[in-house]
Design a protein around this ligand. Structure first.
Ligand SMILES: *[C@@H]1O[C@H](CO)[C@@H](O)[C@H](O)[C@H]1NC(C)=O
Ligand SMILES: *[C@@H]1O[C@H](CO)[C@@H](O)[C@H](O)[C@H]1NC(C)=O
Ligand SMILES: *[C@@H]1O[C@H](CO)[C@@H](O)[C@H](O)[C@H]1NC(C)=O
Ligand SMILES: *[C@@H]1O[C@H](CO)[C@@H](O)[C@H](O)[C@H]1NC(C)=O
Ligand SMILES: *[C@@H]1O[C@H](CO)[C@@H](O)[C@H](O)[C@H]1NC(C)=O
Length: 647
């Protein structure tokens, strides 16, 4: 990389340097460098005149070709499912003003077909409106329709109802969904007058253990059937031979992904082994990284990102920055990893990206724009400013009802089972499992999950008195006391299904018997808790008459109002002293907080979720213990970097 780095520093005059590199005498010196230099024979000669709308791969000149001319994309990832619809245009405009000419977009299947056979493309799910905004802004689109997407998204985008099918093989053909989605997308292909220049098939399939070429061939056939022969179909895989071997397929252009700790030359040489000709593409160049609960807050240095971006663009590579705008895992949409243990992804998907979670331009964005300036003319005019933020201050909450089940949040659905069973019909959030103690346990007696079957956290009460919690992989035993016949309530929290690797078959709930002392517990009643519907119907507003209830331990609902101020500006809510739970503003579920574990300390509240003129209804489900002050704070800036805060 030595001489390359030297040349990179001069890239102010890119054209001249590229020509210099093509000088054979340099090329003859070292063979690997020859391969490197071959990369530079890119996109410099226009061989064809302008044609009708076309987008293709030019294998002769190792680049993409748009309307007959060489084309290099500089793209950024943005997920419409993580941003309120009202802000889509703002974020896209900021990306355009940075100098990007394309965006890369995942389509989460479970966001659009949450219930089998019911397809939702309205409001925040209006993908075509999003594509239209991007087109109006002047951005091309690299579409990633999965059907599996990973994305640190609940179950990698696969709908949880798939788990109810017996012997379901995940990441198997999803033809009905693809028929609906791809039929919608076809008019949006560049060739057909839209802005989609390429479509990814599957996602990092080479990282999955199955390595099933028949599956990839089948997807290839389905994509071609619905999208036609002209669009570029591609795959993206991690930077190892195994991943490239299992993830790539003849007929799908093989691209690679890597971040700032990778040797660019080595990575692109690997791509070249699978695609000897055609454009170099880094489909996911990591600008930052995600956080799990309990992690140190992740970051990637701006100088590393901008330097490496410059190096790749200088080589003529097309690059997508993952993420450019991360956004938020609202509701229950966060994913999880399972390596040595289950680790749930935090609510913020800020990703340390060039645009912050709240869509604000950062220093990283400005540095990236300075790099891009060396390669293409960037739009004239100012970068749109950050959206205004407001510190609305404290709101004091009241406990809403004595126990969760009195809160009218359970479904009219109460079947009994001899053994506990996994979440079904209600796939996200919380389920209450209820039975009775089979005998007196006057002394603390271990309640055990022998098969590690609590997915993912269980909050245990006896006769309404909170006893403590159990947690998947880490806390499989706790003590319980009580008398025969006492009511044992176990509230089970789904913390997001695994989105990556061989554990994506991640059923939630109680997956195995629990043992109390020597007795296997049986005769369960199962109550799905549809808190979101109760919130939306206004059933969880505290009685404002002042009959304040004691704040107790264990899962409880609290509510209050944020008075109208005439403003509906962005804000960040901090739950200092609270432990863990979920927050709603009006009807919107903002996601999980876990102040005690961190690193995330505030939840993003986009202005469009607030009313400027009416009092805003705040609802909090606290799972362990509310602080005695029962206050939450609306601040004007986020805090994402504080692990293990105790206060
Ligand atoms: C996309 O934008 C271009 C240029 O503004 C316009 O000509 C074209 O009709 C748009 N395509 C769609 C599908 O809206
Ligand atoms: C990067 O990889 C290339 C090709 O394998 C190798 O020649 C070079 O020494 C590597 N650079 C560094 C800094 O390791
Ligand atoms: C997080 O905070 C620690 C301690 O204040 C600091 O050293 C670290 O640089 C911060 N990390 C990020 C990503 O801001
Ligand atoms: C349960 O109680 C016993 C007896 O008091 C104690 O020795 C044990 O440490 C407790 N176990 C847990 C998991 O708290
Ligand atoms: C708050 O809840 C009340 C009672 O359900 C409802 O009338 C009001 O519209 C809600 N406020 C907002 C801003 O949605």
């Amino acid at each position: 990389m030595g001489s390359f780095t030297l040349q990179y520093t001069l890239y102010g005059n890119v054209g001249a340097i590229r020509k210099a590199i093509l000088n054979d005498s340099i090329c003859l010196e070292v063979q690997t460098l020859c391969i490197v230099f071959e990369f530079f024979i890119l996109c410099s000669v226009s061989l064809y005149g302008a044609d009708s709308r076309s987008f293709s791969i030019d294998y002769k000149n190792n680049c993409f070709q748009k309307d007959g001319k060489p084309f290099q994309y500089i793209s950024g990832s943005i997920h419409y499912s993580r941003i309120p619809r009202e802000y889509w245009k703002d974020r896209l405009l900021k990306m355009y003003m940075t100098g990007l000419n394309a965006i890369q977009v995942y389509v989460p299947w479970n966001f659009h077909e949450t219930v089998q056979g019911v397809f939702n493309f309205a409001g925040d799910r209006d993908l075509e409106y999003f594509l239209n905004l991007a087109n109006q802004t002047g951005l091309l689109v690299i579409l990633r329709p999965g059907p599996y997407i990973c994305a640190e998204w609940e179950m990698g985008g696969l709908p949880a109802w798939l788990l109810q099918k017996p012997n379901i093989i995940l990441r198997s053909p999803a033809s009905e969904w693809l028929a609906v989605l791809l039929t919608k997308m076809r008019p949006w292909l560049y060739q057909n007058g839209g802005n989609i220049i390429s479509v990814q098939v599957e996602n990092e399939y080479g990282s999955y253990f199955a390595c099933d070429y028949n599956y990839m061939r089948h997807l290839h056939t389905v994509f071609r059937l619905f999208l036609g022969e002209d669009v570029i179909l591609f795959t993206t895989d991690g930077n190892t031979d195994k991943e490239m071997i299992c993830g790539t397929l003849e007929g799908l252009y093989a691209t690679i992904d890597f971040g700032t700790d990778t040797n660019i030359t080595a990575a692109f040489i690997r791509q070249r082994r699978f695609e000897p000709k055609g454009p170099l593409v880094n489909s996911e160049f990591y600008t930052g990284w995600l956080d799990h609960w309990g992690d140190k807050h992740a970051s990637v240095e701006t100088v590393k990102v901008s330097k490496m971006l410059g190096e790749m663009l200088f080589m003529g590579a097309s690059v997508n920055m993952y993420m450019f705008e991360g956004g938020t895992n609202f509701g229950y949409w966060n994913g999880a990893d399972h390596d040595s243990r289950f680790r749930s992804v935090v609510t913020s998907y800020d990703y340390n990206a060039p645009l912050s979670e709240a869509g604000d331009p950062t220093d990283k964005l400005l540095a990236i724009r300075d790099v891009i300036k060396n390669f293409r003319d960037i739009p004239v005019g100012p970068m749109p400013p950050a959206t205004p933020k407001f510190a609305y201050g404290f709101v004091t909450l009241q406990k809403v009802c004595k126990t969760l089940l009195i809160c009218k949040i359970s479904w009219p659905y109460n079947p009994s089972y001899s053994v506990p069973i996994f979440f079904h019909r209600l796939y996200y959030g919380f389920m209450l499992y209820r039975t009775t103690l089979p005998r007196d346990v006057p002394e603390p007696t271990p309640l055990i999950s022998p098969l590690n079957g609590i997915h993912d956290c269980a909050y245990v009460s006896v006769n309404g008195v909170y006893q403590g919690l159990m947690e998947r992989d880490t806390a499989l035993v706790m003590n319980v006391t009580g008398q025969q016949g006492d009511q044992l309530d176990i509230l089970v929290e789904n913390m997001g299904r695994v989105n990556f690797g061989s554990y994506i078959n991640d059923k939630k709930g109680l997956l195995g018997n629990l043992i109390l002392g020597n007795d296997v517990l049986t005769d369960w009643s199962i109550y799905p808790l549809d808190i979101d519907t109760a919130v939306a119907n206004g059933w969880l507003q505290a009685d404002q008459s002042g009959s304040a209830m004691e704040a107790g331990d264990g899962p409880m609902i609290y509510s209050g109002t944020l008075k109208s101020t005439g403003l509906a500006w962005d804000t960040f809510v901090k739950l200092n002293g609270w432990n863990k739970g979920q927050v709603w503003v009006n009807e919107v579920n903002l996601g999980r907080y876990w102040t005690q574990r961190g690193p995330q300390q505030t939840l993003y509240v986009p202005g469009p979720f607030l009313s400027a003129t009416q009092p805003n209804n705040i609802t909090v489900l606290e799972l362990e213990r509310a602080p005695s002050h029962r206050r939450i704070l609306f601040m004007d800036r986020p805090q994402l970097n504080n692990t293990g805060q105790k206060t």
